[in-house]
Design a binder for this molecule. Structure first.
Ligand SMILES: C[S@@+](CC[C@H](N)C(=O)[O-])C[C@H]1O[C@@H](n2cnc3c(N)ncnc32)[C@H](O)[C@@H]1O
Length: 297
């Protein structure tokens, strides 16, 4: 199981620290330590390929960082975080997430690296996935993007389309919605580092006027939306999903994902029980997504 270790700190210090940490991971030397939004800060990402040996590795890295604190810039603060990549998507520092790719034909995702600034192309999104789900590579995100493109293209709501992504991770779906023509998108995210990552990504794409990210859950949502996305693990979907109809416009649509194709019957039964009708189903690599609307007699 690979692990990702991130060290962030003041820029001049991280530049020198990267030299000391290069021996732990070849990617450290290839990617200059730079924070996407704060030029005064740097970020070093080390990928440890296996869990065994992780503790001694962390101790060694902590030792190097500690010495840097004493000698490079006395008093400099470094933040160190570790995440298990078995439960995450490919991180920005890994080889799997350095090249641009197209999750759907009309959209390019440019993973953030220090060489890539905000793209001019209106159909390119820059994503720094650090500490959040939503690189654009997971099948459930792809299912949501496919549904989004069709629903926005065929929308009868005109230019005022409002979109909510409940559980927005990196904020990718909110950014994509505005790029595809929505007037406004709101993302809510319960996990603080993910909410911060989403805010950073919105700023990287210069969309802070039309995309709002709120840390929290339903208590941070107000008003009704023409299009709602909820890509959540099935337990969370069936717990939080009961509130979805309260936030859908009368003619609104919801796209849910995050469940396996064999759980489609369960999802359908659950949402029919709270007044939503299934109008479309899509599958990709064993995962499912469902499009639903209010059951209006
Ligand atoms: C599978 S990710 C989806 C990310 C993104 N929407 C996408 O489709 O790629 C689900 C996200 O929902 C968040 N989440 C889970 N339960 C939540 C809740 N009750 N309220 C808000 N966010 C929640 C998780 O922290 C996670 O970032």
């Amino acid at each position: 199981m690979p692990f990702e270790i991130t060290v962030e700190g003041p820029s001049p210090a991280t530049l020198r620290l990267a030299g000391d940490l290069e021996k732990f991971s070849p990617t450290v030397g290839r990617v200059p330590p730079r924070h996407p939004l704060a030029p005064e800060k740097g970020r070093i990402v080390i990928v440890a390929p296996r869990e065994d040996g992780l503790d001694p590795l962390l101790m060694e890295i902590c030792g190097v960082v500690h010495r840097a604190k004493e000698t490079l810039i006395p008093g400099a603060e470094f933040q160190m975080r570790v995440r298990n990549l078995a439960y995450s998507e490919p991180p920005s520092g890994s080889n799997q997430f350095l090249e641009p790719f197209r999750p759907i034909p009309s959209l390019t995702i440019q993973p953030w690296t220090s060489e890539h600034e905000t793209p001019e192309d209106p159909r390119t999104i820059i994503i720094d996935p650090i500490h959040a789900f939503g690189t654009g590579k997971h099948p459930t995100t792809i299912l949501c993007l496919r549904a989004m493109e069709t629903l926005i293209r065929n929308s009868t709501h005109g230019p005022g389309l409002r979109v909510l992504d409940f559980g927005c991770g990196t904020g990718l779906l909110t950014i994509a919605a505005v790029k595809m023509g929505a007037q406004e998108a709101v993302g809510v995210e319960i996990d603080p580092p993910s909410a911060q990552a989403a805010k950073n990504n919105v700023a990287l794409n210069r969309l802070s006027d039309s995309v709002r990210i709120r840390e929290g859950s339903w208590e941070r949502v107000s008003g009704r939306f023409d299009l709602i996305f909820a890509n959540l693990v099935i337990s969370a979907l069936m717990k939080e999903g009961t509130r979805i109809p309260d936030f859908m416009a009368r003619t609104g649509t919801v796209v849910v994902s995050g469940f396996g194709e064999n759980q489609m019957g369960q999802i359908r039964g659950f949402f029919e029980g709270i007044g939503l009708d299934l109008s479309e189903v899509s599958l990709h690599q064993g995962w499912g997504a469902a499009v639903m609307r209010h059951n209006i007699p």
